[in-house]
Write a protein that binds this ligand. Structure first.
Ligand code: NDP
Length: 274
């Protein structure tokens, strides 16, 4: 019988995950189907249970259910535990196993696809929401020299820094607190770009050879990428590669075979630019 997977979200119509997983399944000869399912805002758990009862083997979880998914799991990976959020579920009898592949996807896109080495680098992470939190453990595992978390609400950045600060020096504060420092990698994990807004970034924060990475993606440069170029970033990238790589991590967990991502990413890029 064909194995069933899905992505739960609300809204979900925009999701590119079914197309990505269909390409992975074809290229690795996996007998599986992957659909998108709209879960009611007050009915995520019931939707998951119905999918399991119908024979579902696993699922991805997107906005706004990642924290609820975390609470639903009977077992978690360490990175999901520390992220406090789950984007990948594996169903096995009564067992619901949860992982968070967002951070690994980001790190793989930066290191493998963009060829940017993280070890010894000074990283600035903008934002302290779910996406920022989910990427901290994999980013710190890559052994950067330092990591600063800057957020509009400074208290959230400070709390996150305190939570992860035992691995390397992690500091946090508002955007003004980064003035006078420069960074090799600046990652935008805020949703400011979604509203077309730019961030109050002090001048001089982009070091020579720096990479500006926006987790958001779309047709052409995002507002953050435009701002970063103007302020001196040498290279810019959006989050489309992260999307494909987090999907590949989930697929590998489910099917025990790692799909090739370069062709899928190239196809998606062409579709988005059209
Ligand atoms: P959350 O709602 O959890 O967090 C939003 C963050 O953005 C908070 O830090 C918030 O600050 C900040 N923020 C919102 N508006 C502004 C603004 N106008 N100016 C400054 N800061 C602002 O969202 P997520 O963490 O889930 O998602 C963040 C981004 O990451 C989104 O754009 C999302 O699309 C993207 N993403 C991309 C993925 C990919 O695969 N490419 C995967 C996951 C997320 P405050 O705390 O002060 O409110």
């Amino acid at each position: 019988m064909t194995d069933r997977y899905c992505v739960f979200g609300n809204p979900i119509a925009h999701s590119k995950s079914p197309a990505i997983h269909a390409q992975f399944a074809a290229s690795t000869q996996q007998d599986m189907q992957y659909e998108k399912l709209l879960a009611p805002l007050d009915g995520f758990t019931a939707s998951v249970q119905a999918f399991i009862a119908a024979g579902g083997r696993g699922a991805n979880v997107t906005v706004p259910f990642k924290e609820e998914a975390f609470r639903l799991c009977t077992r978690l990976t360490q990175r999901a535990e520390r992220a406090g959020a789950v984007n990948t579920l594996v169903f096995d009898g009564n067992d619901i196993f949860g992982d968070n592949t967002d951070g690994a996807g980001l790190v793989r896109d930066i290191t493998h696809n963009l060829g940017f080495e993280l070890s010894g680098k000074r990283i600035l992470l903008l934002g302290a929401g779910g996406a920022a939190r989910g990427t901290l453990e994999p980013l710190l595992a890559a052994k950067p020299a330092s990591l600063f978390i800057a957020n509009r609400s400074a208290d959230k950045a400070e709390a996150l820094a305190a939570l992860f600060g035992q691995i390397i020096t992690v500091n946090g504060g508002n955007f003004a607190k980064i003035a006078g420092n420069s960074f090799d990698l600046i990652i935008n994990a805020t949703s400011a770009s979604l509203a077309g807004e730019t961030l109050p970034l002090p001048p001089g924060i982009f070091a020579t050879g720096s990479l500006a990475y926006d987790m958001m993606y779309g047709k052409g440069d995002t507002p953050f990428m435009q701002q970063a170029r103007t302020q001196g970033a040498e290279r810019c990238a959006d989050g489309l590669g992260m999307l494909v790589e987090q999907a590949a991590e989930a697929f590998t967990l489910w099917r025990k075979v790692r799909p090739e991502t370069a062709g899928v990413l190239a196809d998606l890029r062409t579709q988005i630019q059209a």
